[in-house]
Design a protein around this ligand. Sequence first.
Ligand code: MN
Length: 300
Amino acid sequence: MKIAVFNDYRVGVVEGDYIYDITSAIPNVSHSWPPIFMTQAIATWDALLPKIKQARDNAKPIALSSISLLPPNPCPVQIVAAPANYRKHIAEMGAMAVTKKSRSAREQGFFMKSPASLTGVARGIELPRGSGRRFDHESELAVIIGKTAKNVKRADAMAYIFGYSCLIDVTMRIVKDIAEEERVMRKSFDTFTPLGPWIVTADEVIDPQQLSNQLFVNGESRQSANTSDMIVGIAELIELVSSVMTLYPGDVIATGTPEGIGPIKAGDKVTICIADVGEMTVDVRETDATPLLLFEAVQS
Ligand code: MN
């Protein structure tokens, strides 16, 4: 099943080029902030399924082309992310790497992105206006957690997954020895985590470690790899993270980017495409205001 959140916080099931509104089967869907209904629904999904299927059968098809897609979980408790999880990406980082000695996710562990940095097709990516800094795309498979996970062993980890989505980990690069801000700040500007176009439930993905992961900017191929090249695989990531902190239903794990990262600018259209999951194109714009970036403050 492909589950999307659209328009004014409606919930839908996507089939082909159509979406079927199942909002009536999801408790507590509301326009009020915070939009935690998907986090709650994922936590109780199996119990909701009979109502969801009934709502789907009663719904009329709505053309996907006529709706606006929001992040499929607009308010997870946490977004956890793997740094340096593909060898060729570690190699390409060179002087832009934050840590020494080509350390991978196995040595670095994980970091967090602000859940409030999520965005969808409807809003797209907003880069700080007038910044001279470099902002990159990172094409990543997102894992959506389905059950509360603490100290989960690798062999059991896949049973904790609700589904998968496409995630672009937008990142402000450091300028070595001049501007080396904290990773969380560089990756947590508003709209720096496009997620979507929907969550595909885990039962529809035969092997999440055998998926092509592609990203295009204005139709030009930038990243093309396979999730089989991850250094720390999905099950090991869940084992690692859950040994430190509890993962909650609806939480998002960004599994790291392969090689081919590169800059994006206002006016670009960025397309992420992950096999068995989906394809999503987001527009890049500029914000109305210039943020106080440390490096630019030093320059002036
Ligand atoms: Mn990343």
